[in-house]
Design a binder for this molecule. Structure first.
Ligand SMILES: Cc1cc2nc3c(=O)[nH]c(=O)nc-3n(C[C@H](O)[C@H](O)[C@H](O)COP(=O)(O)OP(=O)(O)OC[C@H]3O[C@@H](n4cnc5c(N)ncnc54)[C@H](O)[C@@H]3O)c2cc1C
Length: 411
């Protein structure tokens, strides 16, 4: 028998949860604080089985500290006196070790490959969102970064992913497009990409057709519990009861968990992107410019550049122009003939990556309430892991097992 499900959050994770739950016969309502399908639109659209190493890994603390003193750096922790920041930082520090990496890589590979398979299935029915499998090119300039990238490539290759390494002259055989100042690259053939704005529009129209209800709320005031269960969600615009509740509100999930008296360690990793008309000689393969951690994705008619990760809080919605300048400098440094200009503020998209201190998502039943599921903490891989997350949320709610569920439990 289908259950009545309320999902809090209509980003890519909430939408894919709604998709698989509705497909399985559950009756779904999605509540969001902004117009549905608006979130998750400006990201780089990369589907990344290559990303098998979690953010919390050896070396990341030293790198983070070094980058903190550079206003254009790709990674930054906004310093502030806050218990949530200390708690997150302490947990990140405890996770940034080899044991954690070793125990996470296979699970990350498997959930990514499941997601890619689901994207393949979806796009074979109707590819309205420009799904394409061109791989991911990690371009680097310095020997130091090249060494780190080759090490990461070895780990991915040991896990069975198809990887190829190029030196500068090898790059010329790739038919890549623009001239670059890179000294080499790693090509992950496992990876794919799509157009995120089109994906979100596609999901919205599919879900409308499947009769999923969407409700815009202005605020979630309270979550009421009784006898180990969530009873209802109280918002400014109404009260919603259900058999099951899913919290999939990205970086805001922590505030909702707090209303349910549960602690979720999560901070937003703020980032920016801008999109311009596609030029001649645009990169033919989605690319990460490694030294500046800038993502470059060519769509049908446009090209999108995205980057920077500023660990902050959800009230910080400021566009930091110095960091946008850092993105532009990286692009012009790698592609000397492109000469990209700093975009106007209104042309910049800002988004939050919901970052857990382990670098792993949480796709799990609550430890306190038998009818609450969390689907959040996907950091820089929310679009990539959207379908697999929705699929696993459906398995959990339908009381079905899946080998991947234990790897992403709430800790
Ligand atoms: C510059 C940049 C580039 C990126 N590139 C990629 C990429 O190439 N590939 C990739 O996989 N990922 C990428 N990401 C990360 C990806 O965008 C995120 O992981 C993803 O958007 C997270 O999805 P989500 O649904 O969890 O959260 P969100 O997209 O943030 O959605 C959460 C939703 O919850 C709603 N909400 C908030 N509060 C409440 C409330 N109280 N009640 C109800 N609803 C609420 C919000 O309005 C929002 O719609 C990138 C991110 C950035 C910033």
């Amino acid at each position: 028998m289908g259950k009545k499900v309320v999902i809090l959050g209509g980003g890519v994770i909430g939408m894919f949860s709604a998709y698989y739950l509705s497909k399985a016969g559950h009756s779904v309502t999605v509540l969001d604080k902004q117009s549905i399908g608006k979130s998750s639109t400006g990201n780089a659209g990369m589907i990344v089985p290559s990303h098998v190493i979690p953010l919390a890994a050896p070396g990341m603390i030293a790198k983070g500290v070094r980058w903190m003193f550079n206003s254009k750096s790709p990674f930054y922790v906004k310093p502030r006196w806050s218990s949530e920041l200390f708690s997150w930082g302490w947990n990140f520090y405890r996770s940034a070790n080899q044991n954690h990496v070793d125990s996470s890589t296979s699970a990350l590979r498997d959930i990514s490959l499941l997601s890619k398979k689901l994207y393949q299935d979806l796009s074979s029915e109707s590819n309205d969102f420009e799904y394409d499998e061109k791989g991911l090119l990690m371009l680097f300039q310095s020997e130091k970064v090249g060494h780190e990238e080759r090490e990461a490539a070895q780990i991915a290759s040991d896990l069975g992913l198809e990887v190829e390494i190029f030196d500068r002259s090898g790059l010329e055989t790739l038919n890549y497009g623009p001239r670059t100042n890179a000294s080499g690259a790693v090509l992950y053939k496992s990876d794919a990409h799509l157009q995120p704005n089109k994906l979100m529009a596609f999901l919205k129209s599919e879900l409308d057709w499947m009769e999923v209800k969407f409700i815009e709320i202005s605020n979630c005031r309270n979550i009421e519990m009784s006898q180990g269960k969530i009873v209802q969600v109280v918002t400014d615009t109404g009260t919603y009861q259900a058999d099951e509740f899913v919290i999939a509100a990205g970086a805001w999930s922590k505030e909702l968990a707090k209303l349910a008296d549960e602690s979720l360690k999560l901070l937003p990793g703020k980032g920016y992107s801008f999109t311009i008309p596609k030029m001649e000689n645009a990169p033919s393969i989605p690319t990460i410019l490694c030294e500046g951690k800038v993502a470059v994705t060519s769509f049908q008619d446009q090209i999108r550049f995205g980057g920077t990760m500023e660990i902050t809080h959800v009230k910080d919605q400021k566009i930091n122009t110095n960091r946008v300048r850092g993105i532009v400098d990286t692009i012009n440094n790698f592609y000397p003939e492109m000469q990209i200009e700093i975009p106007k503020t209104k042309e910049i998209w800002m988004g939050y990556r919901p970052c857990s201190p382990t670098g792993l998502p949480c796709i799990s039943r609550s430890t306190k309430y038998s009818n609450l599921v969390y689907a959040t903490g996907h950091g820089m891989m929310g679009l990539s892991l959207g379908p697999a997350t929705g699929f696993l949320v459906e398995r959990i709610l339908s009381e079905q097992d899946h080998a991947l569920i234990p790897s992403f439990r709430l800790k």
